[in-house]
Design a protein. Structure first.
Length: 272
């Protein structure tokens, strides 16, 4: 009879929904590619932020591939992403870098699962020269979600985020326009811990282009510090864990109740 109860409980657990286990991610409303540089020794400004983001994601990747994949970037976007990687701690740790052209997105994402890589880098789209419009990423949102589910990591900047709902249910992104918001950004305590050595000055080297709302249990890493958008979450992230959570429908809850009631009735009959 114990096994009958466990079977019912297991069925109930399945009907209650589950959380997809995923790799870490950092999502930003910034276009840091446009607001940084390599000074001959180190990355500065936004490029240093990009470097710190990659270094933060490194430890949470479980795909087994030490490879950073830049998704379609060219021109300034590619130069910034390459510098962020080349001067990061990932190189000494054995990581490599590759760029997938927009024309190769279909074949790359059709591989499914871990995609043979560890970290995906998305640029800030139309906010930077050589950026990839989010409309080209949207058809592959499910594949990106599956990649996270396979233990991969994601770093994205302000490309429009039309694909966001496929990864993080409920979170919304508000675009503040191509001219951006010039108010300074300030890291939260979590952001300071996530990006050691980065300053608010580095992060605020230029305008930013959007913020996130309804972030729920996700981590707020940096906020707008002033102006009309003060207090808005401009950079958010998540550690390895639940990306999306399936909430049980009312019918599913009813089935759970029936399963448990049946188990209880069976126990009662047996004891009688």
């Amino acid at each position: 009879m114990k096994s009958l109860f466990l079977t019912a409980a297991a069925a109930a657990a399945l009907l209650m929904g589950s959380a997809a286990q995923a790799g870490p991610f950092i999502l930003a409303g910034t276009d840091s590619e446009d607001h940084g540089s390599f000074n001959g020794t180190v990355n500065t400004g936004g490029w240093l932020y990009m470097q710190k983001a990659l270094e933060n994601l490194d430890g949470g990747v479980t795909t087994g591939f030490k490879k950073v994949t830049i998704l379609g970037s060219t021109s300034t976007a590619l130069t910034a992403a390459t510098s962020a990687f080349n001067h990061s701690a990932l190189v000494a740790a054995g990581w490599t870098l590759q760029t997938i052209t927009t024309g190769s997105f279909g074949s790359f994402f059709s591989a499914g699962g871990n995609l043979g890589t560890g970290i995906l880098m998305m640029d800030s789209g139309n906010n930077v020269a050589g950026g990839v419009d989010d409309s080209l990423l949207l058809p592959h949102a499910t594949a990106i979600d599956n990649f996270l589910g396979a233990g991969g990591a994601l770093f994205s900047q302000a490309n429009g985020y039309s694909w966001l709902s496929a990864l993080v249910a409920g979170v919304t992104f508000t675009d503040v326009g191509t001219s951006g918001d010039t108010s300074a950004l300030a890291m939260t305590a979590a952001g300071t811990a996530a990006f050691p050595g980065l300053t608010n000055t580095d992060l605020s080297a230029g305008p930013w282009h959007g913020y996130f709302s309804n972030i729920g249990a996700l981590t707020d890493l940096a906020d707008s510090a002033s102006g009309g958008n003060a207090g808005k979450s401009v950079i958010i992230g998540g550690a390895t864990g639940a990306i999306t959570t399936q909430v049980p429908e009312p019918a599913s809850l009813a089935l759970v109740g029936l399963a448990l009631a049946a188990a209880a009735a069976a126990v009662k009959r047996k004891r009688a």
